[in-house]
Design a protein around this ligand. Structure first.
Ligand code: KG4
Ligand code: ZN
Length: 350
């Protein structure tokens, strides 16, 4: 028997819907929200309103592309948490109404679990157990996956996420939001060894990016003379702008390289500790070309089998929610209509 799932993702500023049959993606529609550009970040209230406008056409297109009728669906999956509460509520309420109207089960999906499962969308797929470094705008985790529904977070950030480190660095450089993809772009022409940023010494498998942020702040205030605050090196705003302008590619490449080494050094420790050599990356930051390349090289060196989702499955999308919904369906993990969205990072591990 084939299982068809319609999935809805609305945790932040992308309205997305996808259909999968037996875990294979039939359609994957995503609509971004331009309205936030002028504000330099996502404005939650505007995001909720845009979701309300976008959700019907996005779901309709996902059904059309898949060549399916709503009545054919075996379940409706949606992102329950974490994210912006107003945004999540739009997707949750829409999914609940659909499930009720076609009298089919509802499946609440954790966004971070879905990011990990993006690695099961296409062949080749990792064998279990595998490790996944999930790097997004709000989270940075190393997850040990025993099965699609049995996951354990074995390391995570104690402050900013890797995506935030990219976005906040970009903001300090005067680049628009979200700055991660722009740092990636400029870094491709830059020298990653030109400027040195410190690597934090955090015990175990946890991450920290706060120190890097502070060191970039002082580095720019001091036009690269030092990474710590020194009054005598402090320059004017115009001098700072000129320094950034003249050295943008090298600065981006050096920042990106440090973020990548912080991530991969912890991943190496996790692989050693767990003795697992099937290793994946996931989340928006796994779209970063430098990280994809360095991850592949590290994998070759340590004889890992490495897996990276296709670009469209790295950043937020509904295909990953559909696949997560499929595995939850197989495990009989359904939710009743009283389930609510949650902004907080609810537990998806066991
Ligand atoms: O997974 P995602 O789309 O949304 C969340 O769940 O947060 O991740 C978004 C994050 C943002 O911080 C964005 O700047 C970052 O992923 N990102 C990148 C790249 N593409 C997206 N960071 C670095 N390089 C990229 N190419
Ligand atoms: Zn995400």
């Amino acid at each position: 028997m084939s299982i068809l799932i319609l999935a809805i993702e609305s945790s932040c500023d992308e309205t997305a819907a996808a259909v999968c049959r037996d875990g294979k993606i039939l359609s994957n529609i995503i609509t971004g929200q331009k309205v936030h550009e002028q504000y330099g970040g996502v404005v939650p209230e505007l995001a909720s309103r845009a979701h309300i406008q976008n959700i019907v056409p996005v779901v309709e297109r996902a059904m059309q592309d898949a060549g399916c009728m709503m009545q054919d669906m075996d379940a409706i999956a949606f992102t329950q948490s974490p994210g912006l509460i107003g945004s999540l509520l739009v997707g949750a309420q829409f999914a609940k109404s659909l499930a009720l109207s076609i009298n089919k089960p509802l499946i609440a999906v954790h966004h971070m679990q879905a990011h990990v499962l993006a690695n099961l969308i296409e062949e080749p797929k990792p064998d279990f157990p595998f490790l996944c470094l999930t790097v997004s705008g709000g989270h940075t985790q190393i997850v040990l996956c025993e099965s699609p529904i049995q996951m354990k977070v074995i390391g995570e950030t104690i402050d900013d996420a890797a995506g935030e480190a990219f976005d906040k660095s970009a903001k300090m450089l005067g680049l628009p939001y979200p700055g991660g993809p722009l740092i990636d772009k400029y870094a491709q022409q830059g020298n990653p060894d030109r400027f040195q940023f410190p690597e934090p010494q955090i015990p175990g498998l946890d991450f920290s990016f706060n120190g890097l942020k502070t060191s970039i702040l002082y580095f720019l205030q001091n036009t690269g003379k030092t990474n710590v605050y020194k009054e005598e090196f402090k320059v004017t705003e115009d001098e700072k702008k000129k320094f950034i302008n003249d050295n943008l590619s090298d600065i981006c490449a050096s920042i990106q390289q440090r973020i990548i080494t912080i991530l991969l050094n912890k991943l190496k420790s996790a692989a050693k500790q767990t003795n697992i050599n099937n290793i994946c990356i996931a989340g928006g930051v796994s779209a970063n070309s430098g990280l994809r390349k360095a991850f592949g090289e590290t994998g070759n060196k340590y004889k890992w089998k490495t897996f990276i989702p296709k670009l469209e499955y790295c950043t937020d999308n509904a295909a990953m929610i559909a696949v997560a919904g499929y595995y939850k369906y197989l495990a009989g993990q359904f939710d009743d209509l009283s389930v609510s969205a949650s902004a907080r990072n609810t537990n998806y591990t066991n």
